[in-house]
Design a protein around this ligand. Structure first.
Ligand code: HEM
Length: 527
């Protein structure tokens, strides 16, 4: 048999080379002095191969470490020109390429798919005007209102720092201790304990941008928006018993399902929908529309269908695509802008910052998966792993007279990206508006909108998760929070985890307090 080192089918040559392009004629033995002697430094092929292997790992994402992704395209149903000037939202015949990464949040890169957790749903649109990222989740709200609490939230939910136990999300003292002290998390907790926390398939769950963004049209008119993905197939979740068994028998359950359905031509499809509030209605609602722990009830702000996304191609290489992709909520194109949502504002700092470490320096936008399909030209240069030459001449500053002013600003007839000229005023304080302080009404709305079997699943999920909490005082505090949402649910949870239900007089007192607070907040507003 020919013992020359062979390459994989599909590679250009049928022989291997070193990283310097030199053909290799033997890779089964290292270079030695004699048959039983030491390996010698001359063996550059060995050293190069081993050096590369030794450095294969990069830091996993600090959250959302475990992910699976797919390529596809997006098309609008009709022009969104009345609302947004974004070019990829104008022409129904145009297909914009996308890359979507689904993820769990808490587990490590090698953890099981079917745990109770939030799922990430991040989409990169490679538009003709540059990259637009919609970095969302499968639940429409979030645990906290302000980004400054994010490190605490994540520390509490990740395994405890001394023993790295437990790996399972949400099932331990630290997390429930934090939650019991964080009433703003109650709405999200209802979603996490519901069947939404264990989706059957990535193609059978919704996605939400969560934050309030803006659309801006060509006349400069702005609407506040929330973006949603709706699966074009049915929605489905696992029951908890299935989820636990799948986690043991097939930890790749959701990943395999995504890969195989695309290989079989059964392409996941999602519809992008938008809720819009005209700028002048910003203060019409009982909740603050900048609060990421609140959704906008669809009866108040209906959904408009925008377009369809089809995921029709698996990645060719997990690492260079799924692992190295870098999403950022600040990757925006003209016609879409930010708002002052304090959770969103903090994310704008966090993603770039973490990616500098995770992807080893400032040039990760040059990686093929991150590279916009629009041309990138500016005066940035150098840095670790730089390989794109921007200048092609000696002039790397602006303004200049030496290179015909290159690179220029966007031509005047085509403004380039301009931020919405929002007026801002106020004192510099650490605080939040009153509208942020109603932590229970939407949690109640969610729980009471469930069918009986869905309510039962929420109660049972609470039994499982809180049943793992060792400190009784933590269980009691969480149950007390639940009494602010629904007394019957709280009582059922209490009875399943050995907590004494509250006396009726205490329940009445809590409910009166909640009601009085809400009525005061809501007077004259829509909710
Ligand atoms: C990933 C921070 C809230 C969705 C990440 C990463 C960080 C982070 C550091 C890792 C990024 C990377 O290594 O590339 C934060 C902070 C938040 C926050 C500081 C709040 C203050 C949210 C919210 C959502 C969300 C509200 C959903 C709307 C995601 C998704 C990913 C992610 C989907 C994974 C992206 C991917 O697949 O690569 N987040 N996050 N995050 N975050 Fe957040």
């Amino acid at each position: 048999m020919d013992n020359k080192p062979k390459n994989q089918p599909g590679q250009e040559h049928d022989y291997m080379t070193t990283n310097q392009g030199v053909k290799i004629n033997h890779t089964d033995d290292s270079l030695k002095i004699g048959e039983r002697g030491p390996t010698i430094m001359d063996d550059h092929h060995f050293r190069e191969k081993m050096m590369h292997f030794d450095h294969e790992r990069i830091p996993e994402r600090v959250v959302h470490a475990r992910g699976s992704a797919a390529h596809g395209y997006f098309q609008v149903y009709e022009s969104m020109a009345p609302y947004s000037k974004a070019k990829f939202l104008q022409d129904p015949s145009k297909k914009t390429p996308v890359f979507v990464r689904f993820s769990t949040v808490v587990g490590f890169k090698g953890s099981a798919d079917t745990v109770r957790d939030v799922r990430g749903f991040a989409t990169k649109f490679y538009t003709e005007e540059g990259n637009y990222d919609l970095v969302g989740n499968n639940m429409p709200v979030f645990f906290i209102q302000d980004a400054i609490k994010f490190p605490d939230l994540v520390h509490s939910i990740k395994p405890e720092p001394d023993k790295e136990i437990p790996q399972a999300a949400a099932a331990h003292d630290s997390f429930w201790d934090f939650i019991s002290l964080m009433p703003e998390s109650m709405h999200m907790i209802m979603w996490v304990l519901s069947d939404r926390g264990v989706p059957r398939s990535y193609s059978k769950m919704e996605g939400f941008g969560v934050h309030t963004f803006r659309f801006i049209n060509n006349e400069g008119k702005s609407h506040f928006i929330k973006l949603h993905w709706k699966p074009l197939t049915d929605m489905a979740s696992l029951v908890w018993d299935e989820a636990q068994k799948a986690a043991g028998k097939d930890p790749d359950f959701n990943r395999r399902d995504l890969w195989e359905s695309i290989e079989m031509g059964n392409y996941p499809e999602f519809e992008l929908c938008v809720q819009m509030i005209p700028e002048e209605d910003e203060h019409k609602f009982a909740f603050d529309i900048l609060d990421a722990t609140k959704l906008w009830p669809e009866e108040l702000v209906p959904l408009k269908k925008v377009g369809k996304m089809v995921l029709d191609r698996n990645p060719e290489d997990f690492f260079t695509e799924t692992e190295q992709v870098a999403f950022h909520p600040g990757h925006l194109v003209s016609g879409i802008d930010l708002t002052n949502d304090p959770l969103l504002q903090g994310r704008l700092f966090s993603y770039l910052d973490t990616q500098l470490t995770r992807l080893g320096g400032p040039n990760f936008a040059e990686l093929p998966i991150n590279r916009p399909h629009a041309k990138v030209e500016n005066n940035q240069q150098d840095g670790i792993m730089r390989h794109h030459n921007n200048h092609r001449n000696a002039v790397n500053y602006y303004p200049n007279t030496r290179a015909d002013g290159k690179p220029k600003m966007a031509p005047e007839d085509e403004q380039g990206y301009v931020h919405y000229p929002q007026e801002v005023s106020g004192k510099k304080i650490r605080g939040r508006s009153e509208g942020f302080k109603d932590h229970y009404s939407q949690a109640t709305l969610f729980y009471r909108s469930m069918t009986d079997i869905e309510k039962k699943h929420i109660v049972e999920a609470a039994w499982f998760e809180l049943g793992k909490v060792k400190e009784m005082a933590i269980r009691e505090r969480v149950v007390k929070q639940f009494y602010h949402i629904d007394a019957d649910m709280a009582k059922q949870v209490a009875e399943g985890i050995g907590v004494k239900p509250l006396e009726q007089s205490e329940v009445d007192k809590i409910q009166q307090e909640v009601k009085a607070f809400q009525e005061n907040l809501w007077s004259g507003k829509e909710n």
